[in-house]
Every structure is written in C-alpha cells, then in structure tokens.
Design a protein around this ligand. Sequence first.
Ligand code: MN
Length: 495
Amino acid sequence: MENLIREDYTIDDLIALAKSRNPEINEKLLRDAFAFAKNAHRGQLRASGDPYILHPLMTAKNLAEIGMTDNMIAAGLLHDVPEDTEHSLEEIEINFGEDVKSLVEGITKLSKIKYRGYERYVENLRKMIMAMAKDIRVIIIKCADRIHNLTTLDYLPVVKRERIARESLEIFAPIANRLGINLYQSRLELLAFQYVYPEDYKWIMNILKDKNTERKREQMNNNIKMLDQELHKQNVNHIELYGRSKHPYSLYRKLLRRNRDIEKIYDLIAMRVMVPTIADCYITLGIVHQLWKPLTGRVKDYIAQPKVNGYQSLHTTVFDQSGMITEIQIRTPDMHENAELGIAAHWLYHEDQQNQSKSLVKNHNKWLAELKKWQKEIQNDPKAIDNMKVEMFNNRCYVFTPHGDVIELPEDATPVDFAYHIHTQIGNTCEGAFVNGKYVPLDTTLHNGDMVEIITNKKRKPNQNWLSFVKTKIARNNIKQHSKSSFMGLFSRKK
Ligand code: MN
C-alpha cells in the first residue's frame, strides 16, 4: 500500500516501472503521451492543490504496476484530456492512434454514468458499466483512475466524497474481484471503507490492533517457526512463509456474516506458505496436518477446483498446540501472482507452465465463461489484448429510470419497451418519452446509460404501429392483446 500518494513521482519513474514489468515497452509513446497530457492540463490544479498532471501520471503508474500494455498506460496518461481540456479525441487519435483514442473515449463515456448510491439493481449497474466499457481494458484503466482519486478524497466536499467512495465499494471493487485483480480490489476497498462506514471502520481498526489480535500474532509467529522447521526436516523447499492479517474491509464483510463475532473469524491472521510446485503444495498440506489437527470440512482445494475468478490455492483450518484456530494457505508463486493480478497476470506471464493443473471452471454465468475464454486467448497471444474487445454485453442495453434503477433491455430497445418493462399499464397508456431530459419520438433507439422517463395519459391506448419497432416480447404481446380486446369490444358493441 506504500506510495499511493507521491507528489514527486515523475515520468522517468513511470518508464522505469513499466520497463521492470516489460523491457520492450514503447518508451517514446509514453513520453509523448505524458508531454501531450501535461501540456493539455497545464495551469490546472487538483482539489488537493497538486498540478493536475499528477493524477493521470499516478493512474498510469497503477497500470504499469500490474504490467499493462503500452496503449493502456498511454490511455491512462491521456484519460482526462477530452473531458477537462480543450483538446479533442481526434487530436488523440492523430497523435497516438485509433486504439489509444478508443480507450480514452471509453473512459470518457464511463465518467458520464451517474451513480446515485441506489441499493437496488446494483448488479445491473455493474453490468451497465461493463457494457458501456465494451473493452475490459477500459474498466481496468477506470479502476486505476479511481484508486488515485480515492487517495485525494479528503479534499472534496463530504457528499461527493461519500458518493465516490460508495461507488468504489459497490461497483468497482466487485468488478476488480470478478476480473481477479485482487491488488486493485483490496486497494479500492481499503481506501473507500473509511468514508462509507466511518464508525465500522474505527471498530475494525481497533480489532486489528487490540491485545487479543496481538496475542494471535505472537502465536502465529511461533507456528511459523514450527512449520518452517518441519518443512526443512522433511526437505520441502519453501520460498516464503509468513503471517498475513486480513485486510480491514474483507474482515468487516466477514464479521457481518458472522454476527459480528470475532471469535468466529479463523483467518484474521492467516499463515501463507509459498512452495515451488503443485506437488509441493499437497506435500505441505500433509505436513501441516501431521503437525496440527485440521477442522472437519475446512480443507479447500482451490487448485483442483479454482474459484470462478481463477483463484487457486489450498486452504486448511487447524487447531494449533495452544488451541488457537487458524487458517493456512498454500500456493505456488504463479498462483500468488494470479491471485494478485487476475487476468492481468496472463498477459504478463503467458508462458505459464502450471496449466496442466487448471481444470476449466464450469460456470453458468455466461460472462464469466466469456472472460475465461478471453483469458485463454490472451495466454496464447499476449499481444492480442490490444485487439480484443469484449463482446459479452453487445446484445443488451442498460438504461436508468428517473429513480436511478438500472433496467436491462435488449439491444435497440425503445421507450415503449422500457414502459412495458416497468409496468403493463405504463406501456398501455404511454404517450411520450424523455431521454436524458429531451422529448423524443417513441421509436427512438435507447443506448447504454440513457435516463428514460415515460409520460402517460390514461386516455391513451397502445398504437398498432408500435409493433413495427418494439423489441421485447412483453411489449409485443401486450400491444397485440390490446388490439384483440378492442376488436372484441367493437364486435360486441355492434351486436
Ligand atoms: Mn481521472
């Protein structure tokens, strides 16, 4: 978590960091993008009083840190140019090419979505953001941008501060989690937690430094020594062996699920063992179980059965000699990198040798399956990432109601589809529609992120012409239904 705020960070530091991850980085592109952004933002200050350029530079740093590609880092440097300066997307395209432009464009579009802190449909809001981004790289850049924004929240008005922090916790951290980028997820959570739940944050921080926790830490150190000796004795080469405190927000989430009872948390401080190979992982698990008695049903083999986001490790929970219950995580360095960087790890180390262990995760959630497929393609061809668009939401459209709910509709849906989706009666009496505050014809095509408001009139009836443009079954059926019933009415009146 160190160095999140670095007023003295420079473009040279960024280049050095990017090179340490990828020696073939396009240094000229990054220097040019930096010079362009610096010039575009000249004279602008952040709310913190820093020169504005520090923000895109730190965004780019976050991206370089997880080994992102040249174009992504360049887009990180340029991401606020169209929104906040006189310079246009066209200029970015002319200077840095179509791909960098489309990334910057994607981020600019995302910034237009207004999060209202509305609890319902939060999953749809996540989907809307994914759909609007179209390209997963845009989401990753957005997270990098957001991490830096969170470090300077103290300078913003309270209301704005809370909204940004809540959006980070409820929208972006879960997205980072789905992408398996634990490093980003934990930073977003760590930084946002205190602003969204200040009282609970204090409670958690007190737990983390109270006597009880301190005692557990000491006991953990003893256990580490014991296991270390045992591994040496049995000739298991281990790369690292350390104790690790659960980070505050994930501890908080778990405590809420355990009736706020700290005694029910076994991984407050977990032991982590890193060994060279998968075979070593299982051998180590055996040794741990010789040393300490495992709790029934608590051995989890995420190597044979990885979590949906690709996470792999062996977990076990044991009683130690003092009676303390504690969790132990066993993994290889590759698994560790995967856990920290998620999909990002795959275009860093595409020549991953551990593949034979990766049974393809079956999951019913289509977009995760897509993500897996995409991940796999990246592994085979790391350069492919810059050409890869994520098509998973292409046939869906997500729009806001005036209350801030997010409604999922098929592609090219119209205000009439929206009206019927909300309620049959609203569809039937629909007279007109506002989209983003503008009065529009009822056959207008809706786009991701639109805010739609329907005007009703009790005297109105569904118009048969609507059938020529509606996209949803529910709208179609209701319009047809209505025409039938009015014919019937006509017929019976004649009689
Ligand atoms: Mn920004």
